[in-house]
Design a protein around this ligand. Structure first.
Ligand code: FES
Length: 194
């Protein structure tokens, strides 16, 4: 397999062609925040938290590292002011959240205490970021289409699709990968679950 060499935060790294900037950064132990990336799933570029700054020649721009392929000579910065400003805004858009879970941890990491965008319509804290991991996992790994999005705007949420409750009752594999740590909407369907 061909390899390419790039620099991430000033450190040179060699990566296989076709892999992503996120994977190359992780191989260096660099922690780029993610909510919708999962090894067993095709990257979907949904949450945008993995945004990084890349420079090619004289051009600098922001890209989504979980879907951006490594390239020879690429220079990547993972925590610039511009990158962190966007991450803060994305985290604000996810608030309010319950007091524990990955979004709360991200808010602490990036110093986000409240949201400029918080609407009165969404008063109930949740840890569901609508990252869609459960939906994609059900489709791509389990081979079912039992979980999906319903509703729009602030009412958008993840739910069991009609007639799929029995299959989910025996599977529940998406519980273990849910970013919220507890599959909030599913808990409404299976109240005995955490
Ligand atoms: S992890 Fe890249 S967009 Fe969500």
């Amino acid at each position: 397999m061909n390899t390419v060499t790039l620099k991430i935060n000033g450190t040179e790294v060699t990566a296989n062609e076709g892999t992503t900037v996120l994977e190359a950064a992780r191989s260096l132990g660099i922690d780029i925040p993610t909510l919708c990336a999962y090894d067993e799933l095709e990257p979907a570029g949904v949450c945008r938290l993995c945004m990084v700054e890349i420079t090619q020649g004289k051009k600098t721009r922001l890209v989504t590292s979980c879907v951006y392929p490594v390239e020879n000579g690429l220079e990547v910065q993972t925590e610039t002011d511009g990158v962190n400003k966007i991450r803060k805004m994305l985290i604000e858009l996810l608030l309010p959240v319950a007091p524990s879970g990955p979004i709360n941890a991200l808010a602490k990491r990036y110093g986000v205490e409240k949201s400029r965008f918080q609407s009165d319509e969404r008063k109930e804290p949740t840890n569901c970021s609508l990252c869609g991991l459960c939906v994609r996992y059900c489709e791509q790994v389990v081979g079912e289409h039992a979980v999906g999005f319903i509703g729009r705007g602030v009412d958008r949420k993840v739910a069991l699709l009609p007639g799929k409750g029995d299959e989910c009752a025996f599977c529940r594999k998406c519980y273990s990968i849910c970013n919220s740590g507890r599959f909030v909407e599913m808990a409404e369907v299976f109240p005995d679950q955490p």
